[in-house]
Write a protein that binds this ligand. Structure first.
Ligand SMILES: *Cc1c(COP(=O)(O)O)cnc(C)c1O
Length: 448
């Protein structure tokens, strides 16, 4: 199957090209030309499958002949090596807990799959030079990406994060790894980190000298495994005897990669009645749904840091998949909540239902309360474990949190941090010198 660019349907690529490039040369994002539609009988037959079996069945369908069966099998098995429970809360809502992986956030699924697929391509190309993965992060992306690529031969990871704006646990999850992972603390904002990386991708001189790859959710490889857990939820609900023709998935949104995966699953035949896109106060997509106008804004920090995005990367995918603003409104209801509402939801759900929501999952859970009609089945995607934000969660719920082993081990290790001022020349020099390449880099005039 070929993959086309959202900027121009005639600009196509193979899966390998799409995944190793991340972004199309014309600046667009890749989408599959035609996803196969799963027959109804296929959906029914998934009922007896384990997560790994179901994962392989869906991935093999979605990727057709693009990846050899044994390779895909191995990648899927290693990606889905942790549980994804579907929890029913006392008021009859569901939470799909996607946070039992190595860094306790749903991004583990996408980044693990992507890292292993890139590793396969790299092994097929001994002539390739070292792959340099660049990741700006406000927290969760950096930890998931670095853990997925940690100790992989032939790969360097550079995580750029804003000074003072990432939680202690989040920072520990990437900055204590060492080896091929470099944690760069930028004296600037998250948007500054993003701009440094975007500039690096457009710098021809740098791209001639180094092989750069984006690990952000613009990479199609991250979306493929994320389709799988929507099917997994469907199967669990069917087994539980729920009315699977009335499913409403509520998705905590930032760069809209998770939502795009849900839409792709729907195009593959998953019966979804409606999606809810739920943001925090960075409500760019919400405003678009309400007005039809897309206006990126500077990122505002919140207590749900992984939702802090002022310019959602996957917006073009959503528009391309659904075609028009009207059709987007038919498929998606948009919500947005501020910090105060998030805290209120966490407290009420904790005291009334005995379930602890993390701030990201909380927005999705709250939107179900507002949106669900009688007879509909609501599933909130649980994207992070409450333990990831434990000091904050303890303050909000007044309940002590037991730190899972995964997190404790990070907190006990010493972080290794490279501090950097916010300047492109400095960043470029750092990338080149850590790859052992010396070419003169001219200073930028007017650089901060
Ligand atoms: C990244 C992230 C999100 C948002 O996912 P997108 O695909 O960027 O919309 C939501 N919750 C958590 C915990 C995350 O880490």
């Amino acid at each position: 199957m070929l993959y086309y660019s959202t900027k121009n349907k005639h600009n196509t690529a193979t899966l390998e090209q799409a995944v190793t490039r991340g972004v199309a040369p014309d600046g667009g994002l890749y989408l599959p030309q035609r996803l196969p539609r799963l027959p109804k009988a296929f959906l029914r037959n998934m009922a007896g499958m384990t997560l790994q079996e179901l994962g392989y069945a869906i991935a093999a369908f979605a990727l057709k002949d693009d990846v050899p069966a044994d390779v895909l099998h191995d990648i899927v098995n290693k990606t889905f090596h942790f549980e994804i429970p579907l929890v029913k809360t006392p008021n009859g809502r569901y939470v799909l807990e996607l946070f039992h992986g190595p860094t306790m956030a749903f991004k583990d699924v996408g980044t693990s799959f992507m890292a292993r697929l890139l590793d396969y391509y790299r092994k097929n190309h001994p002539e390739w030079s070292t792959l340099n993965v660049l990741v700006p992060t406000s927290g969760d992306t950096g930890s998931a990406v670095s853990n997925s690529f940690h100790n992989m031969p032939g790969v360097n990871v550079y995580v750029l994060y804003p000074k003072g704006a990432v939680s202690i646990i989040q920072r520990a999850q990437f900055a204590t790894l060492g080896d091929n992972v470099t944690a760069i603390e930028v004296d600037g904002t998250f948007d500054d980190c993003k701009q440094l990386v975007e500039r690096a991708f457009m710098d021809h001189e740098l791209n001639d000298a180094l092989r750069l790859t984006s690990a952000m959710s613009i990479n199609y490889a991250r979306l493929v495994p994320q389709m799988i857990y929507y099917f997994w939820a469907y199967v669990q609900l069917a087994i539980a005897g729920e009315d699977v023709d009335n499913l409403v998935f509520s998705v905590p949104c930032s760069n809209l990669g998770n939502l795009a995966s849900g839409l792709l699953a729907q195009q593959m035949g998953l019966p979804v009645k409606r999606f809810l896109s739920v943001e925090n106060q960075n409500n760019i997509f919400y405003n678009y749904v309400k007005t039809g106008i897309f206006t990126p804004k500077p990122t505002q920090y919140s207590i749900a840091p992984a939702l802090d995005a002022g310019c959602p990367n996957n917006f073009e995918r959503i528009v391309t998949l659904l075609g028009s603003h009207e059709n987007i409104c038919n498929h998606i209801h948009a919500y947005s909540y501020d910090d105060e509402q998030i805290i209120e939801t966490i407290q009420q759900t904790h005291s009334n239902e005995g379930y602890m929501l993390d701030p990201h999952t909380a927005v999705a859970y709250r939107a179900l309360d507002e949106d669900l009609q009688s007879g509909e089945v609501g599933i909130a995607l649980g994207t992070a474990s409450p333990a990831k934000l434990y000091p904050l969660m303890e303050r909000i719920t007044k309940e002590p949190i037991l730190l899972p082993k995964q997190l404790e081990q990070f907190l006990n290790a010493e972080p290794q941090i490279t501090k950097m001022k916010n300047g492109y020349t400095t960043f470029k020099r750092l990338l080149l010198s850590s790859n052992g390449i010396s070419i003169p880099v001219r200073p930028d005039f007017g650089e901060k």
